[in-house]
Design a protein around this ligand. Sequence first.
Ligand SMILES: Nc1nc2c(ncn2[C@@H]2O[C@H](COP(=O)(O)O[C@H]3[C@@H](O)[C@H](n4cnc5c(=O)[nH]c(N)nc54)O[C@@H]3COP(=O)(O)O)[C@@H](O)[C@H]2O)c(=O)[nH]1
Length: 875
Amino acid sequence: MNDLSPDMEKASVLVVDDELTMRFLLREALQQGGFSVEEAANGQEALARFKSSKPMIVLLDVMMPVMDGFEACAAIRKMPAGEHVPILMVTGMDDIESINRAYEAGATDFVTKPINWIILSERVRYMLRASQAVEQLRRSEASLAEAQRIARLGSWKLDARRNEFHCSNETGRICCLPEGELVLRYEDFLSRVHPDDRDAVCKFFNSALYHGKSANFDHRILLPDGRERIVFQNVAVVSNEGGTAVEVTGTIQDITERKQAELLEAARNRVLEMVIGSHSLKDILAQLVEMVESQRNDALCSVSLLRGKQLFIGSARGFCEDFVKNMDGLEIGPRTGCCGSAAYFGQPAVAADIEKSPLWEKYQHLAVAHGLRSCLSVPILSGKGQTFGTVALYYHRPHRPADSDFRLLEMASKLAAIALEQRQLAERLAHQAHHDALTGLPNRVLIADRLEHALNRTMRYGGKIGLLYIDLDRFKHINDSLGHHIGDQLLKEVAERLENCTRKSDTLARMGGDEFMVVLADIRERGDAARTAQRILDTMEKPFILQGRKLHIGASIGISISPDDGQDATTLQRSADIAMYHAKNHGGNRYRYFTEDMNAVVIERLEIENELRKAIERNEFELHYQPQYELPERKMIGVEALIRWNHPEIGRLPPERFIHIAEETGLIVPIGNWVLREACRTNADWQRQGFDPFRVAVNVSVVQFMESDFVQQVSLILEETGLEPRWLELELTESIFMKDHKRVGMQLTELRNLGVTIAIDDFGNGYSSMSYLQRLPVDCLKIDQSFIQDLENRKSDSERSKTLIKAFVNLASNLGVKLLAEGVETQEQSQVLNEMGCRLGQGFLYNFPMTADEIESICKKENRSLNLGMNEQRG
Ligand SMILES: Nc1nc2c(ncn2[C@@H]2O[C@H](COP(=O)(O)O[C@H]3[C@@H](O)[C@H](n4cnc5c(=O)[nH]c(N)nc54)O[C@@H]3COP(=O)(O)O)[C@@H](O)[C@H]2O)c(=O)[nH]1
């Protein structure tokens, strides 16, 4: 009793016997042994008692009226709690037949009469303990089986000698083995292994069997319905004491879901890598289809792309060619199969049975003929909701798609959308990289490529190429004065007109700013290029109407022809550029063919540009000064500083040969500052020598004036040289007033505040508005030389000049500014000017520009200095 568990101490025993004495004796013996006892007089009564009091053990007599022990035993086994209850049959001695029948009826054990009363309790206790142990074992087996089911983990044992493969239930389930058949032949197990993996699996098993090697490996199981499972095998070898392998055992785990998730993740990453790696769209979509099909080996996947209202197959590797041909170009709509419908509504479309689906009305014969019985299609949508196409999954059997099918296709459609958006972006970038944003025309990159191709073709097959370099005349002026908005509009309209002058086979490009280029890919003769150029000039003749304004522009066109003017793109472009430059220099609005001698001009220009860069350092510049006089007394009132360049090899260069190059290259800024400094320094020097002070006028280029620190530079130079500001005059041309009015006005006021005076050079030569004169601080107007020269030309010119000069005299007097005539060459001119009231003059009549020393001589001659004598006396 001591080793009875607490439960067992209260254990109840059902004693079933028809003999009262026997029941009495049994009860006495068992109660003494610590059991509680219930009684029944026959089998039927026993069943009722068993049902109501659930005894822990039954002692069952064999021979009883109403229902004997065998029948009662079998009936108890069928009762809910009776399956495992220990049943001890009480039989007669040597009644072997009864003993056998008792076991067949489900008895646990038997005891023979006459009963040994002393050990009966011990026997019952032993049976209860054994039954409890069995129950525990059964429970733990059940929970192990449950754990195996949850983990999808089965176990097995291979008995090689008997060629038996013992499987746990879960192993059977994983391999889809027939229920209950848990001992099979090794070959039967192998037949479940995917044919492609069978050899490898055999190798692992053999190596375990014959070499005692444990191993882990994955392989596929092919299920009877064609699906695949991926399993993880853990094979262990059990060896005897001598180290010989006696048994191979292992576990098998269904890792299909995890593996597929891993495969899906890897495939997804592969697709994304392909997108980033700019693989072709065709390859990316094929990879996408492969990804979906690797997850559903019993289905087919297709990707279709929407163009307009039609779907075109992007990838569909597993489908029959005939099906693809028929579905390619499918018009989308509500009843045009799953894809047509999904693309039409922008929503997933399902046909669980194509034969019965209204979506497939038009095409079901086609699908069914190719064995396609169910379909799920998901639209490919861009981030902005635009439909790019569809991804579809087809099964060969009627099938309602599972949630996982939707999830898989959603993922595929998102990846496809990324790939398609990426391609759109790449196309947009490629277009932007090759086209001008304003006009939409090809840019210099694209035309260079086209020119290269055209040249390669003519190299191989012969022929001529014409290249037109077009630069608009007066565009800069319009852009600066009317603003960039008008400038942009104008360029767009110019681009349109130019497009109308070229053929489809030609390439027209905007090279930047107001420059365009045309490649005439295949011309018969040089004249063809000229004809196109003339068409362009003609089309520019018509005014452009922008915001109610009539604008006139022209074009300067340079033409080069390959192979004559260059056989490579660089030379040909350079030749056209040079020819354009010549057309512009000859007044614009014309075309020029490139000629060899044009090269010389360009080379000279390049040489000058190179030499200019070194000229300041090498001290090659010099200033000459031309006196300005008060007439008719001819009193010197100032000098104009004029730059000269003494090049050691080329000789002396007049400003007209290099100032425009200096302006174009920006070198005018350091050169202009040098002139300012030198002129101020020299004038201060003259004053220090004691001459009566006079102004030095310095020409300031527009480029230099527009520098943000120009005023500061002037102020610094005055301070540095010690010249009082009132003895410096800055000569600006009227073109300055075409620039940013506000800024020019501010700078002029700042200069005036410094004390510097301002003269307008070349006054009257064409810049329309003179209203600036009233608003801006101007001190002197220098009448343009052409008016003075015209005084002696044909009568009509002379009269016109006189009228204008008279008007300038009145204007200057009204504004209260000085008026100076420049370029006075003859006595007659001087006299006329005097008569008309123009009292200040400058020109060859009085002096040519001269060196500082020569000015000094004049000063001395004029005896301008009161202190001169004193200085000389001092010296
Ligand atoms: N930005 C700068 N421009 C400068 C500078 N120095 C000169 N220049 C400009 O170069 C242009 C040509 O100048 P230049 O060859 O020196 O000619 C000047 C005179 O020699 C010439 N002149 C003077 N009198 C007469 C004459 O009676 N007849 C005649 N045919 N020519 C004459 O005129 C030029 C002076 O012109 P202007 O400046 O308009 O007063 C010229 O545009 C210069 O401005 C410089 O340092 N910086």
